[in-house]
Design a protein around this ligand. Structure first.
Ligand code: ARG
Length: 464
């Protein structure tokens, strides 16, 4: 990056900017990421200025050609960014004048960097929301693929991290799917409020030129035009909304990460992670560490941090634009990169997770996971639930003492606890019987889960 000093605003200044202040106030080191959106916005603005006869049509055409050539320079890695020109907007505008001469100076007519940057950030965010939504879909498809293969694989369901009741593995995966569905709904909703055009608000009050904002909005595929110029140049609530939705998404991914890490440990042994998603230890030769889920769990912190940064940045700002807002870019850019890297990592890894059904089953069989089924059985025999609960509690204590499962207790022992128990009890004490009994909508019965997967697939296909 170079430091040129051809300031675009130095008319009223009598001394050059202090070198430290120049670097301190510059944002091009990070907002260059907005370049292609800045150019898109400028092309739409120039098109409108030409069509509304605010600038001559051939000037508009020259500007558009110049901007297109600048985009090519940027794509080719040949564009020289200058800290002296402060930000992405002034770098591009200065380059335009360098390329096409004085005609380039007409571009900023009826516009300010304040409505320009608000427009760029919205275009940038909209683009990335769309990409993130696609990545979520890829991950959802991966989950469905894994779930489809495991609708009969029984594992323990947990509460308090204690074995609670048996569930099928696919049901657990579909819980993750449901979280992702809400995450994408939140992003779609947030996108509606992102997709509003600020351009035309100029510095804060609008412009005295006869602009056509609807035209600019349609050129840039914005659904709406902002309703108040002061609000449009200043508020970054849409970015806060995004980081909030992104934080919830990362919170979900961190929960999955935690489970994958636990399941991959030898103590659980429920899954194996493919070697290519793990790393070794430099000292302990036996180690295979679940680095990818650990990092995803850790990276959630960055996105939560960005949410708090943006909230704090916006808090107490008076209307309208303040330079504080330049600080919105780094947290936003970082959140987008983090979320999209984590989704990519999970999208690649999840369909390749290797489940270990025997270990899952053994853990479910070991933990008295069918105790509730036995209580429900007694209720069906006419015993009030509270009493049934007590009887089963006593039987669990007996089984613990004898180091056997409930299904291994002889009928005499069971009947001693309750005369209502007969031979048919052993059916409800099986893991298969337990999951199959929960066949209502939302339950873990294999046939219910298969229907849930089929419905989820249909919905994903429809949204393509
Ligand atoms: N780099 C600035 C930002 O990111 C652009 C807007 C500057 N506007 C101004 N009046 N100084 O917010």
């Amino acid at each position: 990056m170079t430091s040129r000093n051809e300031k675009l605003w130095d008319g009223r200044f009598s001394e050059t900017t202090d070198a430290f202040v120049e670097a301190f106030t510059a944002s091009v080191g990070f907002d260059f990421e907005l370049a292609s959106f800045d150019i898109q916005g400028s092309i739409a603005h120039a098109t409108m200025l030409g069509r509304c006869n605010i600038i001559p049509k051939d000037t508009a055409a020259a500007i558009i050609n110049g901007l297109t050539a600048i985009q090519e320079d940027i794509d080719a890695g040949e564009f020289k960014w200058s800290v002296g020109l402060e930000d992405v907007h002034m770098n591009i505008e200065a380059a335009l004048t360098e390329k096409i001469g004085d005609l380039g100076k007409a571009l900023h007519t009826g516009r300010s960097r304040n409505d320009q940057v608000a427009t760029d950030v919205r275009l940038y965010l909209r683009h990335h929301i769309d990409q993130i939504l696609e990545q979520i879909k890829i991950l959802q498809r991966g989950l469905l693929q894994l779930a489809s293969a495991h609708t009969d694989t029984i594992m323990p369901g947990f509460t308090h991290l204690q074995v609670a009741q048996p569930v099928v593995f696919a049901h657990h995966l579909m819980a993750w799917f449901a979280m992702l569905r809400r995450d994408s709904e939140r992003l779609v909703d947030c996108r509606r409020r992102v997709n509003v055009l600020p351009l035309g608000s100029a510095a804060l009050a609008g412009t005295s030129f006869p602009i056509d904002r609807e035209l600019v909005a349609s050129l840039l595929s914005f659904d709406e035009v902002s309703e108040n110029s002061l609000d449009a140049v200043s508020d970054r609530d849409f970015a806060i909304e995004f980081t909030s939705a992104a934080s919830l998404l990362m919170m979900h991914l961190s929960r999955w990460s935690e489970e994958l890490i636990l399941w991959a440990s030898p103590q659980y042994g429920f899954i194996e992670l493919p070697d290519r998603f793990c790393t070794g230890s430099s000292i302990m030769p036996q180690k295979k560490n679940p680095d990818v889920p650990e990092l995803v769990r850790g990276k959630s912190a960055r996105v939560f941090g960005s949410l708090i940064t943006l909230l704090t940045l916006m808090k107490s700002q008076p209307l309208a634009y303040n330079k504080d807002n330049q600080e919105d870019k780094e947290p936003l850019i970082d959140s987008i990169k983090t979320v999209s890297d984590c989704l990519r990592a999970f999208g690649d890894m999840l369909p390749n997770v290797i489940p270990k059904p025997e270990a899952m089953r053994e853990a479910a069989a070991r933990g008295f996971a069918t105790a509730t089924d036995l209580a429900d059985y007694l209720v069906r025999k006419g015993i009030p639930f509270r009493d049934a609960h007590h009887v089963v509690g006593q039987l669990v204590a007996t089984a613990v003492q004898q180091n056997v499962d409930l299904s291994e207790l002889p009928i005499e022992t069971l009947q001693l606890a309750s005369a209502s128990i007969s031979e048919d009890v052993y059916q409800v004490l099986t893991l298969e019987g337990s999951v199959a009994a929960r066949a209502h909508y939302g339950g873990t019965a294999p046939k219910t889960v298969r229907a849930a997967i089929a419905q989820a697939k249909r919905q994903l296909d429809e949204s393509d």
